[in-house]
Ligand binder design. Structure first.
Ligand SMILES: Cc1cc2nc3c(=O)[nH]c(=O)nc-3n(C[C@H](O)[C@H](O)[C@H](O)COP(=O)(O)OP(=O)(O)OC[C@H]3O[C@@H](n4cnc5c(N)ncnc54)[C@H](O)[C@@H]3O)c2cc1C
Length: 521
């Protein structure tokens, strides 16, 4: 480190507090300013292999032991059992049709399971954000971060000489003078308002409303639809996606029995259920469960543990992500939709990038431009992929094929990052990859044009082939995809490795040598 600087981070969700702590470990003076206080409810709970891989990398580079343990379900349970979480073995999808029970057609069912890990031990997790965010704030404080809660910031003045933030805390005026400000306020949009950053929402093609809560007594799908062929993991210990007409429902199970669930609905999907644009959340929820009887059976005895919430639009997007002496975290810059659980992994990618920028002092203009360019391209990429998935929701085979573009991109990135190189500046979801980069735009175009007789599914299979290290789009798999190391070894050349090289590197896929302080050979 050549220069110590002072930084204010606005917002203490996990992205603000983990970045604050990383900067503090470098010796920077960091103040973390939170409008509310912890513990508090937050949404955005399902992690993915790329999120946990970034967490492991941060653990190793900055010696954050807890981050290493929180990156896998088994290690988490062993070291932090009091921080509540859920086991996530993969991504489960079912297609439901209005007023009909889910059709069990054995291996031909409208069901897709993609394993993200081969065992519970090294599996991903659902984060009970109240506990996890609180944990990260406490760790930030231990690392020397000056954490201030219940701060209502009213003004930001950013000049060539520095940043001045002012507001009130417990009735008293407060002022912070710093060298740089990072906005981690999520949809709170602190800098968007202070700097009058114009909205970029017109770029975002996805539109969805959300009705959501946390519930007790949700039955497992395997009880409601017993006898489905065995998948690569128990269906319910995953991010469950119930695809319906004009939308989908997520259902994320925590180990203590609570389930986080919500329906995301397109404008058409919403108007099929209610004529109101601001409907009563409880009634909307009841109507959706009545319309989809198998989901209704799973939630028949469920009790919301907090009032149901409704948001008429969950997308937001800005036109700028960085400038002299300021930068936005991804969730302050843009959000598309929970489909494919991109938010946590994307946020960690940004934490890694910004941490590197601060290793030598303040980020320079070139670094900030690069950060901004990537964030913009990545927000577009997430949006195209999700917009395509919504477009495909009325036909399950098409939907599953569209989903495989996502799974091909993330599994290739995970294998590359674990086995070859883990560069945080590589684009998220194939941005900057000559093969994967153009696919979401092209698939959206094809889906909108309309496709027949499996043409779209065949196109996807061919298009992902150069990056398909996991054996996706194989009809013999019947949409049930385990983590298959034999396929990975067979396809070693796609990663630019010889057969012997990939076999020697396999232990790294399990994070076996990734402990902080241990050098990966
Ligand atoms: C419905 C939904 C479901 C999602 N599901 C997933 C998922 O399954 N997986 C996934 O990876 N991602 C998901 N996401 C995205 C995920 O929520 C975000 O990526 C994540 O919350 C980003 O964390 P953060 O710390 O940047 O921001 P946030 O979690 O939004 O935290 C922002 C913090 O800033 C504080 N704040 C706000 N304004 C101010 C202010 N003016 N001053 C001071 N403090 C302020 C807030 O109180 C809060 O503590 C989902 C998002 C939504 C909307």
């Amino acid at each position: 480190m050549t220069e110590r600087v002072s930084v204010a981070i606005v917002g203490s969700g996990f992205s603000g507090s983990v970045l604050a702590r990383v900067l503090a470990t470098m010796g920077h003076r960091v103040v973390l300013l939170e409008r509310g206080s912890h513990p508090r409810f937050a949404i955005g709970e399902s992690t993915t292999p790329l999120a946990n891989l970034a967490l492991e990398r941060l653990a190793r580079r900055y010696n954050l032991t807890d981050c290493y343990h929180l990156a896998a379900h088994g290690r988490w349970l062993e070291r932090y059992p009091e921080v509540r979480r859920g086991l996530k073995r993969g991504f489960t999808f079912y297609k439901h049709h209005p007023n009909k029970p889910f059709a069990d057609r054995g291996l031909e069912s409208e069901r897709l399971l993609v394993a993200a890990s081969p065992s519970d031990d090294i599996a991903d997790t659902h984060w009970l954000r109240a506990d996890v965010d609180h944990h990260f704030v406490r760790e930030a404080v231990s690392a020397g971060v000056d954490y201030q809660d219940r701060v209502e910031l009213t003004d930001a003045e950013i000049t060539a000489r520095g940043v001045r933030l002012s507001g009130r805390q417990s009735g008293s005026a407060v002022t912070y003078k710093v060298d740089f400000v990072i906005d981690a306020s999520g949809p709170g949009g602190f800098l968007a308002r202070q700097l009058s950053i114009p909205s970029g929402l017109a770029r975002t093609q996805t539109r969805s409303a959300l009705v959501f809560s946390h519930f007790e007594n949700v039955r497992h799908m395997t009880e409601v639809v017993p006898g489905l062929p065995e998948g690569p993991y128990p269906d319910d210990w995953a991010a469950m996606h119930h695809v319906i007409d004009g939308g989908w429902m997520y259902s994320l199970r925590f180990d203590h029995g609570v389930v986080s669930a919500g329906f995301a609905l397109t404008p058409g999907g919403l108007s099929a259920v209610t004529k109101s644009r601001e409907p009563d959340a409880t009634r909307l929820w009841r109507d959706l469960l009545a319309r989809y009887p198998t989901i209704g059976a799973a939630f028949a005895d469920a009790k919301a543990v907090m009032p149901l919430g409704f948001r008429s639009r969950i997308q937001h997007r800005l036109t700028r992500a960085a400038g002299p002496r300021w930068v936005l975290m991804p969730h302050a810059y843009a959000f598309v939709d929970p489909l494919f659980s991109t938010g946590i992994a994307w946020s960690f990618r940004a934490i890694e990038r910004l941490a590197l920028c601060f290793e030598d002092g303040l980020p320079d203009p070139k670094q900030l431009k690069r950060y901004e360019r990537l964030l913009g391209a990545e927000a577009d990429q997430i949006d195209r992929l999700v917009a395509g998935a919504y477009e495909a929701m009325d036909g399950f085979d098409r939907f599953a094929a569209q989903a495989l573009i996502y799974f091909a991109a993330v599994s290739f990135a995970e294998a590359r990052q674990r086995l070859v190189e883990g560069d945080p500046w590589s684009g998220f979801l194939g941005v900057d990859d000559p093969v994967l980069g153009p696919l979401p735009r092209e698939s959206l175009r094809r889906l909108r044009r309309g496709t027949k007789n499996g043409a779209f599914e065949r196109w996807v299979a061919e298009a992902i082939a150069p990056r398909n290290i996991a054996g996706f789009a194989d009809p013999a798999a019947h949409n049930l995809y385990p983590v298959d190391l034999d396929v990975l070894v067979d396809r070693h050349a796609l990663l630019g490795l010889s057969r012997d090289e990939i076999i020697a590197a396999l232990p790294r896929l399990r994070g076996a040598t990734d402990k902080p302080g241990v050098v990966v050979s």
